[in-house]
Design a binder for this molecule. Sequence first.
Ligand code: BTN
Length: 327
Amino acid sequence: MTVDAHILAAFRNAEGGAVSGEDLATRLQISRAAIWARIEELRQLGYEIEASPHEGYRLKKCPDLLHADDLLARLDGKQLIGRDIRVFKETTSTNDAVERVARDGEAEGVVVFAETQTKGRGRLGRRWISPPGRGLWFSILLRPNISPQSITQITVASAVSLRRAIKTVTGLVAEIKWPNDLMLNGLKIAGILTELSSEPDAVKHVVLGIGVDVNLTSEDIPEELRNVATSLRIVTGRKLDRAALAIQILREIDRAYASIQEGMFEELSNEWASGCATIGKDVTIEMGGRLLQGRVEALDQDGALLLRTEHGRLERVIAGDVRIHPS
Ligand code: BTN
């Protein structure tokens, strides 16, 4: 852990109480002047820190920004996902940033957040709006020990993890729209973009990109998307702590990813199915220029959709754009 991470963790443990500069200096084996310099640096970032000569430092207010050291300090250090966290103020797409990390040969678990993306992308070549400081736009490097055919498992596990984290932080139960959308009141609040690099029978790496519309106001959402997308802030009526949600999501993904690696996908897939608004529905699926119509019967063991087509055939769908027909 860095010095900043230690200082921020000490503030959090003090729960609004004072933290002695001398204690910090002793614990971290640096001078009190060095502690003071780090406190100044944190103030520059927007942390409101009060100093009193007798008591020490007191954290009055945290800025609404993602701070890599702070996020690291808030995870317990034992998890794989988030063992290395990087935060960019701006990037084209966090998926591109993680792709570069992957090509550099980094081990899995690295997470890259950006406060804003200039070329955020969604599935099927769509753009992904990522206004600064309003959401969680991040990507995770994974090197799963599964076959390329089973890669949908990662998306399913991520959707379940997002749903669990949103429930814990907001109390809201999101619906899942296959394969990767999280919905509240019929509008999208989060999406997942899984990009795979593989050889014919082995996965080289996966870049798991996640976008969560956390604190967007309706003005932040382009007019043409207001009937398809919303944010947690719009639904709950309050501004949320993005860092707290980010931590919860990373914990859940860590847990779910471990389950997949241990061959225990079934539990996740059952939870996915129970939260999935697509099962049992009549749908049209656009799949590589082909339109399929039918009723969704189930999810198979790899997370692919089983569609009973209008001609009575059972089709296995691993990717596509689903439109649910009104019942
Ligand atoms: C979708 O629903 O179409 C997927 C959206 C995925 C958006 C996230 S934001 C972080 C990461 N970087 C990107 O460019 N896309 C993903």
